[in-house]
Design a protein around this ligand. Structure first.
Ligand SMILES: Cc1cc2nc3c(=O)[nH]c(=O)nc-3n(C[C@H](O)[C@H](O)[C@H](O)COP(=O)(O)OP(=O)(O)OC[C@H]3O[C@@H](n4cnc5c(N)ncnc54)[C@H](O)[C@@H]3O)c2cc1C
Length: 321
């Protein structure tokens, strides 16, 4: 990690939240790898965040970090300011209109917490959130989904701050949702959303959620250092099948391995660097292209600067080809 830019924090606006210089991100990223944020900013609340965005110098790059379940932070860390939403952005409440529920959620709320609140309150339709690690903000950005449902099916409205701190309201149409993607401008920060649910028996919801959790347990390497699905499924195909076909199941690079259980997952077995994981992913893409002619696209967002000298010296091992 390069030394923090001279006086970065001094150049930033006064806020009620917290600035932390050279803040390690590996401990909070699911892969447990990567360098530090040059400066981490934890806004006190939405007004604090808006003031920060309106008054920050324009040349400073801003990166939003949710719960880090879909990002690979590179070894050289992230320049500029990394924003992490705090508990002020985790409020949730349910508003009933007859049998229709409007679930108001903060973008910092964990998907699983929202799912459980809905279960306990008899709100059906959002069960899939129990299967998506991460925050509501990350789920909006990624159009996260599972078992045939995704954010595009349930979002009624989202609220974001633009790069200048102006509050913007987005309808599902404005979000431009497609598979694991939203077209909302990359530098907008979601702060809250309203999700649609319906009245349902809590026991029915609990059963559906238990089924999702047990399916995931059977098919995904959950208690590992991973970033979930590495590549998006190409239209009409499954990424894991292409990876399997290319003989990459179990392929290793340094401390990184292609999961034996679900070969669209990369795992840090303990000593991997971000360069090991990214290099392994690129090798999988190369082999899949060579074997099947299909170019896999990364679903995991690789962010920050490459490190110097952190790539594993070890070459590739394992796999069938
Ligand atoms: C074990 C495992 C299983 C997974 N299974 C699934 C699955 O079944 N379905 C699925 O869809 N995904 C899955 N994922 C991927 C991941 O959980 C989702 O993409 C999740 O929505 C990411 O949320 P996050 O808060 O962790 O975002 P992060 O990973 O921190 O960030 C992801 C992107 O969202 C942006 N972002 C985050 N918060 C905000 C915000 N408030 N405003 C604007 N942008 C923001 C970030 O800048 C980044 O570009 C899985 C991941 C893991 C580790």
């Amino acid at each position: 990690m390069a030394a923090p830019r001279q006086g970065l924090i001094e150049r930033l606006p006064k806020v009620r939240g917290e600035y932390i210089a050279d803040a390690p991100l590996a401990p909070i990223a699911w892969f447990r790898v990567g360098g530090a944020a040059e400066t981490l900013y934890r806004p006190a609340d939405a007004d604090d965040l808006a003031g920060f965005l309106a008054n920050k110098p324009r040349d400073i790059p801003i990166t939003l970090f949710g719960s880090g379940s879909n990002v690979l932070v590179r070894d050289g860390g992230i320049p500029g300011v990394v924003i992490r939403l705090t508990s002020a952005f985790r409020q949730s409440r349910i508003e009933w209109q007859g049998d229709s529920a409007h679930v108001h959620v903060g973008a910092g709320a964990a998907d699983i917490t929202v799912a459980r609140l809905c279960r306990d309150s008899g709100v059906g339709g959002l069960e899939f959130l129990v299967g998506v690690p991460g925050t509501i903000g990350g789920a909006l950005r990624m159009n996260a989904g599972a078992y045939g449902r995704e954010m595009a099916h349930v979002m009624l409205q989202a609220e974001a701050f633009d790069f200048l701190g102006a509050r913007q309201r987005l309808s599902p149409q404005n979000m431009g949702f497609s598979y694991r993607h939203s077209n909302a401008p990359d530098d907008w920060i979601f702060v809250s959303a309203i999700l649609q649910g319906h009245r349902e028996d809590p026991e029915t919801i609990a059963k559906a959620m238990a089924e999702i959790e047990s399916n995931r347990e059977d098919s995904q390497p959950l208690r590992t250092r991973t970033g979930g699905s590495t590549f998006t499924n190409p239209p009409g195909m499954k990424a894991w099948q292409l990876i399997d076909q290319a003989g990459c199941r179990g392929l290793r690079r340094g401390g990184a391995i292609v999961s034996e259980k679900h070969c669209n997952f990369l795992i840090n077995t303990g000593g991997a660097s971000a360069a090991d994981l990214e290099g392994l992913g690129e090798e999988v893409r190369r082999r899949v292209k060579q074997e099947t002619g299909v170019t896999l696209e990364w679903e995991i967002r690789r962010i920050g600067r490459h490190g110097t000298g952190q790539a594993s010296l070890g070459g590739l091992e394992g796999g069938d080809s």
